[in-house]
Design a protein around this ligand. Structure first.
Ligand code: ARG
Ligand code: ZN
Length: 894
């Protein structure tokens, strides 16, 4: 069934409080659910329709009396209810061990866990399972004391004790009213790391991280990240922890990353556990970001939640913005902040831009859905975060803080909309660049598709002026025609002007009496606008514009820069993001040419190589930044740029062109890579800070380049060194980096290295995931990687039932274009089989995997037809889940 945003109506009843009692048993758990229900005075006389799914009802009592009820479309419908508040008691059972969808109450590794967002609570008991119904929860858990010594739920522990037959109980009470999607319970044999902290407000809190017994040594980083998150939200937004106890629990079977249940966050182990021996620098960064993200939800999501699921970005976009800011602040130095920004933008372009160009394109605030779980997307999350960032840019840092303060003043304890948020930010800054055009700005919530901004500049040496013209257009997206069909967006354009020698020029617009700094934000709000910068009479050559600094808006910038301009920006731009961007444009131009040329040969010119050498050797630049500059744009990014130009995408040619360029870069800069490797060895102990992780990243890139070039020459030196490193590395970043270098170069030492690695970490599930994904992401050659993936799908360690393991092979494979897109269509066939197989027991996971061929229409033949056929094969299965059905139907719709 299709749900539409415009059909929103308030609930017929409110549920003010819930008293839940669980008799936990993997096969059959008994749930007693006592609710205090109040008719909504605005909607008198309506029946109460309670959501329920995959549960067995045993009794219904209203004010203690049994009543008649009916079942309608899966809902439990009660008519003729009291017109005043009443008690409603429901008893039902569910089967946690049979819950393979991992939504609702399920078992994992011998424990009980829940996942209720978005609509899992209805799989636990009958309820008004919608975010605008908020209740106070009291929860009693009863379970076998030996098998489940730890019993947790939201809020505060108010009682616990023993029962007969070896059972025990715990009673929890959460004073904060919350929607059902924030309910959680955990029961199992767990241990915890705990720490008491005193917050700024002077209150004491107990922080706990629960894991399985063998994992306690991997919880220090998560705890530190949590402590830092608490301090950061107080310092930056004045938001304090409102609970006596805050718990994080790790579970190894989890569909998503983590979940912000009030006071009881449940995390995928991947985003909690980290030790130098088992986690890479990227993992450490992810743990920090996700711990922060879920913690920040406590205010942006839990204290103020969403009125309905169309408003999902209200909490997700804002919370991603907050976690990105947190990670930047944790990174500290300006250069490290820029690196984090570049990584976030790279992610946005690789996933969100692609989504925005395909059949699943939807606005940040979608208008309709069939399965809400399909809308936990890069658009709602990452583009949503960019929308918040643009608001912050338009009102300034202090103004944004004022806006957040007003948002909490107005809406604390409420379920609200994206409009309410934007209004609060604007109202707190009445004269700001946002407030004067708020309605137009809100197009970002309503219109899908990545806007294109065209820039052209003209220098008038005689007048000493530089004229900049910016124009915008929007592509058509499903249900939304392009161009004339869409309103112009409000686009904050941060920019500067640079003289050819690198000097930042003062910016004075026509009509102004003095310059205003060397960087400013123009607001493009019409289809086309022109600005004239004056006072440039001293210049002998045209200045170079540095546009869209820091990626100030989520747009595709079309600016036909000359090579010379890009080299100038790469060498001199004061904005680190744009320096990196210039490097990527230089590489992209060469990749695009090579991917379209016959023979696919990429010949890198001396000017480009020299510029790369310069960056590599530049003592003023951070290693992390160098690594980003010297990493070529991804194959997916190249494909998307081609698609944008209307060129049919041939993934094999893109792969061939990029690999050729990589090899050339490896060979031409050989001595520089040797230097980089030698000068970026860390001898001290492992620390995951930006400086040392940047050094490791660059050293690993250097090693990959050296192993690649050496393997081709049959020179054993560098493969030997990489093998040695797989054996004796002091941390997982270096060990996995060396292993990847061998695997990607197809060095003969790759096999023994893989074996060794597997043997060493056979008991570390998250490391074995890496072992799978490292092989699935390897550089394809002659179909060898694909053949390996098919074999790995039969490996005794492989299972589709664990989402992390399934993703480590299958999702990673679909993100490896030369493996997925084969002329013989075998990649598509394999993919389609797995989607169907997984869909039978875990629709959410299957629906994610089903998105792999979203962009099939952009492909060249024979890929295009073969991809459509594979999707059609999935669509032809009558028993498909609504989740996967929605994806394939949209994919095939024209
Ligand atoms: N709210 C969670 C987060 O972003 C994500 C939960 C998504 N769950 C789902 N089944 N779609 O942190
Ligand atoms: Zn979130």
């Amino acid at each position: 069934v299709l749900v539409r945003r415009e059909d929103y109506t308030a609930p017929s009843h409110w549920i003010r409080s819930v008293d839940l009692s669980f008799d936990l048993d993997p096969a059959k758990t008994l749930v007693i659910n006592r609710m205090r229900v109040e008719p909504n005075a605005d909607r008198p006389g309506e029946p109460l329709r309670l959501d329920g799914e995959a549960i067995t009802l045993t009794r219904v009592l209203v004010n203690g009396e049994s009543v008649s009820f009916r079942n309608e479309g899966g809902q439990l419908v009660l008519d003729k209810l009291p017109t005043e508040a009443f008690d409603l008691e429901i008893r039902n059972t569910c089967a946690p061990e049979k819950n393979t969808e991992l939504s609702g109450l399920y078992t994992s590794g011998g424990g009980f866990f829940t996942q209720c967002e978005a609509q899992g609570f209805r799989r636990i008991t009958y309820f008004l399972d919608r975010p605008d119904v908020m209740a106070v929860f009291k929860v009693t858990l009863k379970a076998d004391a030996r098998a489940y010594p730890v019993l947790l739920s939201n809020g505060n522990l108010i009682d616990s004790g023993t029962l007969d037959k070896g059972r025990h109980f715990a009673e929890w009470s959460d004073p904060h009213p919350k929607p059902a999607y924030l309910f959680a319970l955990v029961a199992g044999n767990l241990v915890c790391r705990e720490q008491k902290i005193r917050s700024r407000s002077g209150r004491d809190h107990l922080l706990q991280v629960y894991v399985r017994a063998g994992d306690l040594d991997k919880t220090e980083h998560a705890m530190n990240s949590l402590i830092a998150s608490v301090a950061w939200d107080e310092a930056r937004f004045g938001l304090s922890l409102d609970l006596e106890r805050f718990m994080i629990v790790a579970v190894s079977d989890f569909n998503m990353g983590a979940m912000e249940n009030k006071g009881l966050n449940i995390f995928n182990t991947k985003f909690v556990l980290a030790s130098p021996a088992t986690a890479t620098d990227v993992d450490f960064g992810n743990v920090e970001a996700v711990v922060g993200h879920e913690y920040f939800h406590n205010w942006t999501g839990n204290r103020i939640t969403c009125r309905d699921w169309f408003q999902l970005s209200l909490k997700e976009g804002l919370t991603v913005y907050r976690d990105q800011e947190f990670s930047q602040d944790m990174a500290g130095e300006a250069s490290a902040r820029a690196v984090k920004r570049i990584e976030d933008v790279r992610q946005l372009r690789q996933f969100q831009f692609v989504e925005d160009a395909g059949p699943m394109a939807h606005p940040v605030r979608p208008d309709q859905y069939q399965a809400i779980d399909n809308f936990y997307t890069a658009t709602v999350y990452e583009k949503g975060a960019e929308v918040v960032r643009m608001m912050a840019t338009l009102v300034g840092r202090a103004g944004f803080r004022r806006g957040m303060d007003l948002y909490f003043q107005r809406h604390d304890g409420q379920a609200v909309t994206c409009d309410d948020f934007a209004q609060a930010i604007a109202d707190a800054n009445p004269d700001s660049a946002l407030s004067v055009r708020l309605e137009a700005f809100k197009c970002w919530y309503a219109q899908a598709g990545t806007p294109r901004v065209n820039a052209s500049g003209q220098f008038d040496a005689v007048a000493g002026s530089y004229t900049l013209t910016l124009s915008q257009r929007s592509p058509a997206t499903p249900g939304q025609p392009g161009q004339a069909g869409k309103q112009p967006f409000v686009i904050p354009m941060a920019l500067g002007l640079i003289a050819a020698d690198g000097v930042a020029l003062p910016l004075q617009l026509e009509g102004e009496t003095a310059p205003h700094g060397t960087e400013r934000v123009l607001v493009l709000e019409q289809t086309s606008q022109t600005w004239v910068f004056t006072g440039l009479g001293e210049l002998t050559a045209a200045p170079v514009p540095s546009l869209l600094r820091g990626f100030s808006a989520p747009v595709v910038l079309e600016w036909a820069a000359s090579e010379a301009e890009l080299f100038t920006l790469l060498a001199h731009d004061h904005d680190a993001f744009n320096r990196w961007e210039a490097s990527q444009k230089l590489a992209l131009a060469r990749l695009l040419a090579a991917a379209q040329a016959d023979g696919g040969a990429a010949h890198l010119d001396e000017a480009y190589l020299q510029a790369m050498r310069h960056v590599l050797r530049d003592e003023r630049l951070d290693a992390a930044f160098k690594e980003l500059v010297l990493t070529l744009p991804s194959e997916a990014y190249v494909a998307e740029r081609l698609a944008e130009q209307g060129v049919p995408v041939d993934p094999q040619r893109i792969h061939a062109a990029r690999e050729t360029m990589r090899l050339q870069l490896a060979q031409a800069l050989h001595d520089d890579w040797v230097w980089a490797w030698e000068t970026h060895q860390d001898n001290g102990g492992y620390r995951p800070d930006p400086l040392s992780s940047g050094r490791r990243a660059l050293a690993n890139l250097a090693l990959a380049m050296l192993v690649l070039a050496a393997t081709l020459r049959h020179d054993p030196l560098w493969p030997g060194r990489a093998y040695q490193r797989v054996k004796d590395a002091g941390n997982m970043t270096d060990r996995a980096g060396a292993l990847a270098a061998l695997v990607n170069a197809r060095a003969s030492l790759a096999e023994p290295a893989l074996e060794r690695f597997h043997a060493q970490f056979r008991d570390e599930a998250l490391v074995i995931d890496k072992w799978f994904s490292l092989q699935a992401s390897a550089s394809e050659s002659d179909g060898m990687v694909f053949a390996r993936i098919k074999a790995l799908a039969q490996h005794p360690d492989f299972t589709l039932k664990n989402p992390n393991r399934a993703r480590s092979l299958l999702m990673v494979m679909t993100q490896n274009p030369a493996v997925l897109h084969r002329a013989d269509a075998a990649g598509y066939v394999f993919w389609a089989d797995k989607v169907v197989e997984i869909d039978a027991f875990n629709p959410q996971l299957a629906a994610r995997l089903a998105r792999a061929l979203d962009r099939w229409r952009a492909l060249a033949e024979p890929y295009r037809s073969a991809a459509r056929e594979a999707i059609s094969r999935i669509a032809a299965k009558p028993e498909l889940s609504p989740d996967t059905r929605e994806i394939v139907t949209r994919s095939l719709a024209d």
